[in-house]
Design a protein around this ligand. Structure first.
Ligand code: COS
Length: 383
């Protein structure tokens, strides 16, 4: 159900204020300590951020995609680790249940995900299967009313904090591709499930990433998402279609923030007797970044509209992710360039955002995977 325009504007304004008054001032501290203050996470719960995309009957705000995009653009202005804590509940950690879950699964988990009582996590990647997600080898072998899971998942966002894992595992061991994969809901604390040490990363400090290890982990068969075996890869891909669109909006939000910081700096910084914003070579960078950001916003808003209309957006979501993530890379690079020497020094903040931005070209499908998805689809549909 769509919100009325006033309510949406109020929500976006509230998030915008939260970003500027609460999150941006904490960025340096979170970058240094690699953890978000509990009080900030509580404020996010109170704002309803964990439940943005979860239906109202389960306690969420039930935003449609166009509305979610506007919130993502606003929250994207803060260092990405802040979004990441609730981002999995909005996207990859809840949407498999929203899209394909049974009624029982929805009732069991969506209210807790919507309120932020638990954090959801999405376990697809493995040490031996990253871009080639369909080749995953974590196994799920039936034993009576249960399945026994064995394998390791890698670089799993929010794993150390998660209460619920969506785990893609191979139920048809005669297959080696996407066909024999099922999606399981596995609760934290289930015997045989353990989480590795949080990884030391280039950026996005405060957003923990770790291995999730399954060692004879017994999971009830009724925890297969949707109740049907061997449908898990398709579920995962549907989740990623939506996730890629959301992430694209976050990229546009962050790029807007970086441009704003760079322009404010360029107006203050004097060289050769005037503010560097007066120089056309600086202006060229500002203009290119503004145009890049505008294009990305147009793309995500257009694709969100299609998704809300029930149109398949796989290709367009990949176009958005490809363009927006690469665009953010360009804007972040220009941002550092405009700051000059100060851009390389941690105290000015832009150095952190540059490191944070680098992940977007990789996660939820690399730029190269988006290229292959788009090209395959275009070639298939061209006659
Ligand atoms: N929505 C619904 N179904 C989809 C789909 C989508 N977006 N994409 C693929 N499928 C279906 C296909 O239709 C196919 O079904 P059939 O077997 O019935 O024909 C099945 O899923 C397998 O698809 P495909 O043959 O395209 O799979 P591939 O093994 O070639 O892999 C890519 C496809 C490369 C696109 C996939 O592995 C991928 O997205 N990799 C990147 C993974 C990723 O993003 N990781 C990030 C970490 S998780 S946050």
């Amino acid at each position: 159900m769509a919100l009325d325009q006033d309510t949406l504007k109020q929500l976006v304004d509230t998030v915008d204020r939260f970003v500027h008054e609460r999150l941006i001032p904490l960025e340096r501290e979170v970058d240094a300590n690699d953890v978000l203050p509990d009080s900030i996470v509580d404020e996010m719960r109170d704002l309803g951020l964990f439940g943005l995309s979860i239906p109202e009957e389960y306690g969420g705000l039930a935003l449609n995609m166009q509305e979610e995009i506007e919130v993502a653009l606003a929250i994207g202005q803060a260092a990405p680790a802040f979004r990441s804590i609730f981002g999995t509940n909005v996207g990859i950690g809840s949407q498999a249940i929203v899209i394909d879950g049974t009624q029982e699964q929805k009732e069991a988990y969506l209210p807790k995900l919507a309120s932020g009582e638990i954090i959801g996590s999405f376990c697809l990647t493995e040490p031996g299967s990253g871009s080639d997600a369909g080749s995953l080898t974590t196994s799920a072998v039936r034993d009576g009313e249960d399945f026994i899971l064995n394998g390791t998942k890698r670089y799993i966002t929010n794993a150390p904090l998660a209460g619920l894992f969506t785990v893609m595992a191979r139920t048809d061991l005669s297959t080696k591709n996407a066909r024999g994969v099922s999606a399981f809901l596995v609760e934290a604390g289930t015997p045989g499930l353990s989480v590795g040490k949080p990884e030391k990363k280039m950026g996005q400090q405060g957003a923990p990433v770790a291995d999730v290890i399954f060692d004879n982990c017994r999971v009830p068969a009724k925890n297969i998402i949707g109740g049907a075996e061997n449908m898990g890869f398709k579920t995962a891909m549907k989740v990623l279609d939506k996730g890629r669109l959301h992430i694209s909006a976050v990229c546009a939000g962050l790029a807007g923030r970086i441009l704003r910081d760079s322009v404010l700096y360029a107006k203050e910084r004097n060289q050769f007797g005037s503010a560097i914003a007066e120089f056309q070579l600086i202006q060229a960078m500002i203009a290119d970044s503004e145009t890049d950001i505008y294009a990305a916003k147009c793309m995500v808003r257009d694709t969100a509209k299609d998704r809300d209309a029930g149109i398949d957006v796989t290709r367009k979501a990949s176009c958005c992710k490809l363009f927006a993530a690469e665009m953010l890379g360009r804007v972040a690079d220009r941002g550092v360039q405009i700051f000059g020497g100060a851009g390389y020094i941690a105290d000015y903040g832009i150095e952190q955002l540059y490191r944070d931005a680098r992940l977007f070209r990789i996660y939820e499908g690399t730029t190269q995977i988006q290229q292959t998805i788009i090209a395959k689809d275009v070639i298939r549909k061209t006659d």
